[in-house]
Ligand binder design. Structure first.
Ligand SMILES: *Cc1c(COP(=O)(O)O)cnc(C)c1O
Length: 367
């Protein structure tokens, strides 16, 4: 008998008929991309949902980040202070812009950048801070803003994990100069592939528009050296459909998370990241931290789960600063907490529709 496999995530999808019905008009219009009707509609609905004044949709989260950094026009070789405890996209976006990532340690309490260490890393080359709301844990946004203002730095949040979250009742996209979101198939809200940028400064949207559409400003005018990073209409419609069901998706995740918590909270050697009571959370991920004990560690739990067909993931291990592609260029000794967290973290399966019995059997294996 083929053993059932459980992966760390599974894409939320609207009912088949709903999507098929929704894409029908495309067979009349034949308008499939290039800022079409559904692209505009999704932008509007996302502004409402995220409580932000404006958003620019993109082909994916990575290009949102890469083009946003480009849009600022930082001088080559400038430094951006960032976290190594993230998906590789964050670091790639800096390096692909010919800028230098300067890695800051994180906090053991929630995995976000340690704001108390930021100022010691600022040099005359520093132009921006790029923190990540990792696993939907919100960074110390007020203190980061104070530091950035004092040192005239931009703040670019990688909010790929923080879709729909609020901090002190305010949509998370409103913090910093820019926040980028990912609508990848594996995220809480998906457009198959997709992303979005929310900016404080309206002029930045104009620049981003150019960068996502070849810089084309008229039939005979190209005003910028742009790329192509537009969201297509099939993706936009997927987003519109998924957005209709988002509350149900979040509620399903909330219940799963709460069950994991109940079943694991008294277990010696396992802890969770702290929850911030000021945050309305999206339950996107289910990270646990495994303290090594009697020679048992995170890796053994990971291997044991794999044997049982349960594909938990070591997000984020290794640190991006240690990845092979960068050689030793950006390596940094002072990432003690990040290394420790990265060695202990394990993301357990969580997604809309994961069954209670599956959560119970995953926990049984862990115990
Ligand atoms: C998913 C993700 C991205 C990239 O988004 P894509 O839509 O997959 O390109 C960037 N940063 C983080 C932290 C992510 O998790």
């Amino acid at each position: 008998m083929e053993e059932k496999k459980i992966f760390v995530t599974r894409s939320s999808m609207p009912p088949y008929e709903e999507y098929i019905e929704a894409i029908k008009p495309l067979w009349d219009s034949h308008w499939l991309t290039n800022m079409g009707e559904y692209h505009q509609k999704l932008e509007k609905e996302l502004c409402d949902y995220l409580q932000v004044p404006e958003i620019s949709l993109m082909v994916n989260g990575h290009m949102s980040l890469e083009l946003t950094i480009q849009a600022f026009g930082f001088p080559e070789g400038a430094e951006i202070i960032t976290t190594p405890f993230t998906f590789i996209s964050t670091t790639h976006a800096i390096v692909r812009n010919h800028l230098k990532p300067v890695f800051c340690d994180i906090k053991a309490s929630d995995g976000t950048i340690d704001e108390t260490r930021l100022e010691s890393l600022i040099t005359e080359k520093t132009v921006a801070i790029l923190p990540v709301h990792v696993f939907g844990n919100i960074c110390a946004v007020e203190e980061i803003e104070r530091i950035a203002r004092e040192h005239h730095l931009k703040v670019i949040y990688d909010a790929a994990h923080a879709f729909g979250e609020t901090y002190k009742g305010v949509g998370i996209g409103n913090y910093g100069d820019v926040s980028i979101f990912s609508f990848h198939a594996t995220k809480v809200f998906n457009t198959v592939e997709g992303g979005g940028v929310v900016c404080k400064n309206h002029a930045l949207y104009e620049k981003l528009y150019n960068l996502k559409n070849f810089g084309i400003r008229g039939e005979e005018l190209v005003s910028d050296i742009g790329a192509n990073a537009k969201m297509n209409e099939f993706s936009a419609i997927m987003g519109l459909c998924n957005l209709r069901h988002i509350e149900q998706a979040l509620e399903s995740r909330r219940q799963i998370e709460s069950l994991y918590h109940d079943l694991l909270k008294d277990m010696d050697g396992i802890r969770f990241f702290d929850e911030n009571p000021d945050v309305k959370r999206n339950h996107a991920y289910m990270p646990i931290l495994v303290q090594p004990k009697d020679g048992k560690s995170r890796d053994e739990i990971y291997d044991r789960l794999i044997e049982k067909g349960i594909h938990a993931r070591k997000y984020f291990y290794p640190l991006t600063s240690d990845q092979e592609c960068f050689g030793r260029q950006y390596q940094c000794e002072e990432l003690t907490v990040a290394r420790e967290v990265s060695d202990q973290v394990l993301c357990l399966p969580i997604y809309e529709g994961l069954q209670e019995e599956d959560v119970r059997s995953i926990v049984k294996e862990i115990i």
